[in-house]
Design a protein around this ligand. Sequence first.
Ligand code: DX5
Ligand code: ZN
Length: 221
Amino acid sequence: MRPFLIAPSILSADFARLGEEVENVLNAGADVVHFDVMDNHYVPNLTIGPMVCKALRDHGITADIDVHLMVKPVDRIIPDFIDAGASIITFHPEASEHIDRSLQLIKNAGCKAGLVFNPATPLHYLDHVLDKLDVILLMSVNPGFGGQSFIPGTLDKLREVRRRIDESGRDIRLEIDGGVKVDNIAEIAAAGADMFVAGSAIFTQPDYKVVIDEMREELAK
Ligand code: DX5
Ligand code: ZN
């Protein structure tokens, strides 16, 4: 498996100091910035959009920005995030009228593309698009809020997706999002994840480097 990636979710950062927060968490050893976009329609919360992504780029953030779209419809907003400097764009298949078209919109612009599965979303959405995916993101909480508890049933789903990725022989990241903490990250990795979103576990702590180092120690076990 490729090196593990830690992707702090800025949903739990201090939005009043967002540029500084992102710099701090990257300096603390984070690999990727996870950027949660909620529309108060597909999910019952409202967050940040392309202007904030562009503001981070203008601020000098060069790390990959992993845009997790929790919006419906998805196609209208994809070009705006491409222009704003997104590196990876993932969306929920049930929020897209034409999944293949949405993936092509992302891929044709040179961005990495992924599908996101809620805890109860079936995996059959993978059947005809695996060859177009760079990332598969499994939600281990219901989307909409940070600070929820990891749903244990996600471990079996991770194992199933890991098997499908390995069988395909394709270079696809398996990302997990929701309730990831120092004390469960090793078990989640053992089930097959190689990219870990963590919001509250990191941003509620005074020293981000301490948490990220602890996560890496767990992953090295
Ligand atoms: C939830 C978001 C997550 C969330 C994770 O809808 O997609 O990225 O911020 O937060 P924690 O790590 O606190 O569960
Ligand atoms: Zn997310």
